[in-house]
Design a protein around this ligand. Structure first.
Ligand code: PMP
Length: 388
């Protein structure tokens, strides 16, 4: 008997692989998994506890409890203006929203454009729905901002959707307004859906106001907007995300969700709604910490021989150019990360895990304490010093 080809062929994420490798060692310093080191703001935790104690232990509506959909609608009153009754679906993390969006939009054999370097789960998710991935590389010399002409060149008559992730995991690139306008111009009159993964939109460090692809004429109608609470409120473990789209898309996504995750617990949904109404200042406090850490990690990278970085404008990742070290050691980025881990206990993620064009880079997460960043770089610098 054989397991399904789908399951057998599905690759795991390199981020988890490095994470698991690190578990075998002692005294490691991790720059791997993209999750806030903060715990969820206490008022949100307390609200959830109150709800559990009241006995809210039952199934909930598939598309999310009305209170959370209402809170999301109010949160997006100035941009997406969704109807809480039929344009919002609450999901098991943004991960599941993206998966159900892909299943809803893409037939097997149809193409999905992904800007690489990209979050590796997109690769598996596209594979799961039988889609064919077409990659468009965002170049380092362009600060990892994709070129709209490259997107245009990647479009074929089989293109069904494009995933746009801004701010980006792993590069931290935030797509500027002019580029987004040009991308919207490429997509507007074509039958191509957009999956706009804007889960890091509250973690932006540039002075320019953040722009969403949905703000351009005709784009919201063809977009599934994805966000969630993992990064905004440091709620990764709560598994709560959401999608906003046209009613017909949400209705179909909800059918898939009903057959997969089904529904989410009432206490976590009510707690997230509470957060949207009452904990906005907490987001700003976390953002300010990430900004400080970004500046710290970037200066440490810049003063390390053989490493360089384009200052990330959002999220909490630095995508570090380590080509010089790869050349000197004769290792590829995967080999370099493994060598660094074994010799120093510092855990990083090879850039090649985010798409071929990520070869020669390593990703560091700076959602970790200043102390860890400084300690980690002490080790990285002595490792680099030992390379002849
Ligand atoms: N999109 C991107 C770009 C991410 O980096 C992540 C998490 N690392 C997600 C989506 C998924 O987030 P969630 O925890 O809400 O599933």
């Amino acid at each position: 008997m054989e397991l399904s080809r789908l399951a057998q062929n599905l690759g795991g994420s390199i981020i988890r692989e490095m994470f698991n490798e690190a578990l075998k060692l002692e005294d490691t310093i991790s720059f791997t998994v993209g999750e806030p080191d903060f715990i969820t703001p206490m008022p949100i935790i307390e609200e959830a506890c109150r709800c559990w104690k009241k006995g809210m232990t039952h199934y909930t509506p598939n598309s999310g409890i009305p209170e959370l959909r209402q809170a999301i609608a109010e949160y997006h009153a100035d941009d997406l203006k969704p109807d809480p009754d039929n344009q919002i679906m609450v999901s098991c993390g943004a991960t599941e929203a993206i998966q159900t969006a892909l299943f809803t939009l893409v037939n097997p054999g149809e193409e999905v454009i992904v800007i690489t370097p990209a979050w590796p789960n997109y690769f598996g998710q596209i594979g799961m729905c039988g889609g064919v991935m077409k990659t468009v590389s965002a170049r380092e010399e362009n600060n990892f901002i994709p070129d709209p002409d490259d997107i245009k060149a990647a479009v074929t008559d089989k293109t069904k959707a494009i995933i746009l992730n801004s701010p980006s995991n792993p590069t931290g690139a935030v797509i500027d307004r002019d580029t987004l306008r040009a991308i919207a111009d490429v997509l507007r009159n074509r039958d191509i859906y957009v999956i706009a993964d804007e889960i890091y939109s509250r973690l932006v460090y540039s002075s320019e106001p953040y722009t969403s692809i949905t703000s351009f004429e005709g784009m919201m109608e063809k977009t599934v907007y994805i966000s969630g609470f993992s990064k905004m409120f440091a709620m990764t473990g709560w598994r709560l995300g959401y999608a906003v789209a046209e009613p017909e898309i949400i209705r179909n996504m909800t059918k898939l969700h009903e057959n997969g995750a089904s529904c989410l617990p009432a206490p976590s949904q009510l707690a997230a709604a509470y957060g949207l109404y009452h904990c906005q200042p907490e987001i700003e406090k976390m953002r300010a910490s990430y900004l400080r850490r970004r500046n710290l990690i970037c200066s440490l990278i810049e003063e390390t021989p053989g490493l360089s970085v384009r200052r990330p404008q959002g999220a909490f990742y630095a995508f570090v150019n380590a080509r010089e070290l790869c050349n000197k050691t004769g290792l590829d980025s995967r080999g370099l990360c493994m060598d660094l881990l074994k010799k120093t206990g510092v855990v990083t993620v090879p850039g090649s895990g985010f798409g071929e064009c990520g070869e020669g880079f390593i990703r560091l997460t700076y959602a970790t304490s200043d102390e860890n960043i400084v300690k980690g770089f002490g080790r990285i610098k002595s490792y680099v010093g030992g390379i002849k």
